[in-house]
Design a protein. Structure first.
Length: 104
């Protein structure tokens, strides 16, 4: 899997890890240390030398799968804790908070 360049939509970059839409540059910078851990590879796009291509290694795919599994477990726990109605309210409140933060 090739991770989109930092100029692409943040949702695309965040999707493999179930992040809440982080800043693309922060994601790429945060993954720089991961190259030493064998989680990603970085290369220069041959057609646009200013663009960096980032790809998960097999170990990176395993780590991403573990993160998705942990996120799903956390989601199930929150849903069990609050129930469907309160979870809907929580989701709406968190969306409102996120929207307000982007407007600042």
């Amino acid at each position: 899997m090739i991770i989109p360049s930092i100029r692409n939509d943040p949702d695309e970059i965040a999707a493999p890890w179930s992040f809440l839409v982080p800043m693309p540059r922060r994601v790429i910078l945060g993954m720089t240390g991961a190259t030493g851990a064998g989680l990603i590879t970085k290369s220069t796009d041959p057609q646009n030398r200013r663009r960096q291509l980032v790809a998960l290694t097999p170990a990176g795919h395993e780590r991403a799968a573990l993160g998705r599994e942990q996120a799903q477990e956390a989601s199930r726990w929150i849903e069990e804790l609050f129930g469907p109605e309160r979870l809907t309210t929580l989701t709406l409140l968190l969306k409102e908070l996120g929207d307000a933060g982007r407007d600042r």
